[in-house]
Design a protein around this ligand. Structure first.
Ligand SMILES: [Zn+2]
Length: 272
């Protein structure tokens, strides 16, 4: 859950896909009530499939992002955690750890000014926290890739509207089903959790495999075995369930491992 040691070749990190290395960027941990994350799943059922529920019915859910670097040095951050002052959970409780993403990045030898590209999978507060700090982009030289429907959602009464305005000049919206900002990096529209929710695929350009960074399509490995489980944060529950089922089928068929910043230890899941 609280992996912070530098990446090693022996461990699960970095995750290696062709000439791309993908490192977790842990920003913090939130004590999420199961009843909030999966409102329809009774505690007894959860305990029968996963051992990680606390005595008071919570999951210690990590949040943060990932750093992907290719052999030429192209540097991509996928999601930016909760930021220096993360939002409380819906039940009023606060993260037990937070504010660690910049340290995780620098421990990998990468300054925020070195990042070329930031992908924001969606605009929930635990994904955009370090997009800006103190009214300025935290990654001053990066292009920020966002699906156009997610960016357009700011036109409504979106809680992130003000915080994200400073990145507007650096935002590259993409549209339709998918986009490929780099040969090894593709973005896939998976709406339901939010209007522009995105799955990120890191691929070996030589055809040697891929890794799915599933964002909030899935919050926990147990959810991948039960794609019909409703997530309490889905904007459109039916659309989200449909996308989860499609992606589980797709990833299973291809044998593609999946990872989310919310998975325990931010560890990829190879089979599900
Ligand atoms: Zn999230």
């Amino acid at each position: 859950m609280q992996r912070r040691e530098p990446a090693t070749a022996e461990g699960p990190f970095p995750m290696v896909v062709g000439d791309v290395r993908v490192h977790p960027l842990l920003d913090g941990v939130m004590p999420m009530p199961l009843s909030v994350l999966y409102p329809d799943v009774p505690e007894a059922l959860w305990r029968s499939v996963s051992p990680d529920l606390t005595a008071d019915g919570r999951l210690d859910v990590p949040f943060g992002g990932f750093l992907a670097v290719d052999s030429s040095g192209a540097t991509v951050v996928i999601d930016t955690g909760g930021g220096p002052t993360p939002s409380p959970l819906p039940d009023g409780s606060s993260p037990t750890r937070f504010g660690e993403l910049p340290g995780a990045l620098s421990s990998l030898g990468v300054g925020a000014d070195r990042v070329d590209l930031v992908v924001l999978t969606h605009f929930h507060p635990d994904h955009i926290g370090w997009a800006t700090v103190d009214g300025a982009p935290f990654f001053p030289n990066a292009s920020y890739y966002v699906h156009e429907l997610e960016w357009a959602s700011l036109d409504g009464d979106h809680e992130a509207r003000e915080a994200l305005q400073p990145i507007a000049p650096q935002v590259r919206t993409w549209s339709g089903a998918q986009a490929a900002p780099l040969p090894w990096l593709s973005l896939h529209h998976a709406p339901g959790h939010s209007p522009g929710n995105t799955v990120v695929m890191v691929s070996d350009v030589e055809g040697g495999g891929e890794l799915a960074v599933v964002g909030d399509l899935f919050h926990h490995p147990a959810g991948m075995a039960h794609p019909n489980w409703r997530c309490g944060f889905d904007a459109d529950a039916d659309a989200a369930a449909q996308r989860r089922t499609q992606w589980v089928d797709r990833l299973r068929a291809a044998g593609t491992p999946a990872v989310s910043a919310h998975f325990p230890g931010m560890t990829p899941l190879a089979t599900f």
